[in-house]
Ligand binder design. Structure first.
Ligand code: NAD
Length: 479
């Protein structure tokens, strides 16, 4: 039986004002997993009303109160892990290991945000005016608009709201239509149960056709003071433009075209394991997924053969089966897009190194193929032999994106020298491209977006720094 889900506004579950609903589908079975309220612009206004009303009180709560809520939510989330495993299998096709990783990292995002609330909120400055006290003070902004995608739904919905809330803001969250529960309603329920006051976090779910209208209503509402969006570069450009039109700061966490460099001194067994994980974890549907493996020519053939054999040996299929390593892609549109990228490349001369309809390893790709340039965001990877380190760096940088990179070598000095030449927001020497820790700055450069989540960078992104002075006595003026 499909569950029924409402909007979450002012601490209450409410239907859309016009009573409309939308279907939330199971990507593996194609069946309706849940029937969800289809909010529209009027519901957005209601949610912003609630967030605005809650702001004065929430921004004034003591740090220990805020910290207690966030820490309780982290524990509650972990206690509900079995529920998340079922939810992610049914709603986004996520396998158990991916769901468990979502819970663990999201709980730590909450804990990191809890730690931030007792950090100093400013600095005392030197001043030209004798006796004056001059300070830089960080203050919350107000209502924050947050957009979370479906692919790592628990992590990315938590990330979208935790730092803003910790910094004293209130939030209206719009989850992806592919994961209205896992990327929105679920974390709101957890935080509410943990004692988050009504109105501090509100969730507006919507039908796919209403995405633009809902986003526009939210970002253009004058009470909304900042935006964060995690999703594709294409939609991120629209969101960023809208935010700029209304002169609102935005954190944009967008797509990647991440390269893994395998140098000629790399441990081949480790490189194969790392590339399999980096490319195919969550069936390649991670913004940090390895899209391109750039491997030194001397080891390219052996590496590619072993990678293809390993990938083909891992079970794929039903995400609810605990033995499954690779689940389905999110929807038929995504499946068609990924298979078109692969088929077009094969038709143009690329070689398929894996058989059947499972995860795909390709080589003999060329820069004119779409799969060489566009984000794959699915279970496929291309292996590109390179002559030397310089060519590896040149190809790694030959993309509009700049999210992450990985460099596999036994020589860390050589790895670091290459890392400095690759234009990404994140780079890992001795590891593949997928990694995320709540205390580290997370974000991209170029078309992968701007702004950073994580640690103090996340808190600063949702705060305003204000200059405050207190004069020691009457001032002296020239006239
Ligand atoms: P998406 O951009 O297709 O969808 C994101 C959201 O945009 C959805 O909720 C949708 O409702 C909304 N949307 C669609 N059209 C809109 C419009 N015209 N105006 C306003 N809003 C609109 O992304 P997705 O499929 O949910 O996620 C996959 C993408 O997200 C990939 O590109 C991936 O790399 C990226 N991603 C990035 C990060 C990161 O941290 N950098 C993390 C996860 C995913």
């Amino acid at each position: 039986m499909a569950s029924e889900q409402s909007l979450f506004i002012g601490g209450e579950s409410v239907p859309a004002l016009d009573g409309r609903t939308t279907d939330d589908l199971n990507p593996y079975t194609g069946e309706v997993h849940a029937v969800v309220a289809a909010g529209g612009p009027a519901d957005v206004t209601r949610a912003v009303d609630a967030a605005q009303e809650a702001f004065a009180r929430w921004s004034g709560t003591s740090p220990s109160t805020r910290r207690a809520v966030l820490l309780r939510a982290a524990d509650l989330l972990e206690a509900r892990a079995p529920e998340v495993v079922r939810l992610m299998a049914a709603e986004v096709g996520g396998v158990a290991g991916w769901a468990g990783f979502n819970v663990g990292l999201a709980a730590n995002v909450l804990r990191e945000s809890a730690a931030a609330v007792t950090q100093p909120v400013g600095e005392v400055l030197t001043t030209e005016t004798e006796g004056q006290l001059s300070m830089a003070i960080r203050e919350p902004l107000g209502v924050v608009a947050a957009f979370a995608p479906w692919n790592a739904p628990i992590i990315l919905s938590t990330r979208a709201v935790a730092a803003p809330i910790a910094a004293g803001n209130t939030v209206v969250l719009k989850p992806s239509e592919d994961a209205p529960i896992a990327a929105g309603l679920f974390i709101a329920g957890v935080l509410h149960e943990a004692g988050l006051p009504a109105g501090v976090l509100n969730v507006v779910t919507n039908a796919p056709a209403d995405a633009a209208a809902v986003a526009t209503a939210l970002i253009s509402d004058p009470r909304v003071r900042a935006v964060n969006f995690t999703g594709s570069t294409e939609v991120g450009r629209t969101i960023g433009t809208l935010a700029a039109q209304h002169l609102k700061p935005a954190v944009l966490e967008l797509g990647g075209k991440n390269a893994l460099l395998v140098l000629d001194d790399a441990d081949l067994g480790h490189a194969v394991d790392a590339a399999t994980f980096g490319s195919f974890h969550n069936s390649g549907q991670i913004c940090m997924s390895t899209d391109r493996v750039l491997v030194h020519r001397s080891i390219a053939e052996e590496f590619t053969a072993r990678l293809a054999a390993k990938v083909a040996s891992l079970p794929h299929g039903d995400p609810a089966d605990p033995g499954t390593v690779f689940g389905p892609v999110i929807n038929p549109r995504a499946a068609a897009r990924v298979s078109a990228l692969v088929e077009e490349a094969v038709a143009a001369g690329a070689r398929r190194r894996t058989e059947g309809d499972g995860p795909t390893v390709l080589d003999r790709v060329t820069p004119d193929m779409r799969i060489f340039r566009e984000e794959i965001f699915g279970p496929a990877v291309v292996v590109v032999p390179v002559a030397d380190d310089d060519e590896a760096v040149a190809i790694a940088n030959d993309t509009e994106h700049g999210l992450t990179a990985g460099i596999l070598t036994e020589d860390t000095r050589r790895g670091l020298a290459l890392a400095r030449r690759i234009r990404t927001g994140i780079v890992h020497v001795g590891n593949q491209t997928v990694d995320d820790e709540p205390q580290a700055p997370f974000g991209g450069v170029k078309s992968s977006g701007y702004g950073r989540f994580g640690g103090r960078w996340g808190v600063e992104a949702f705060s305003a720094t204000r200059w405050v002075t207190i004069a020691a006595g009457p001032g002296h003026f020239p006239y």
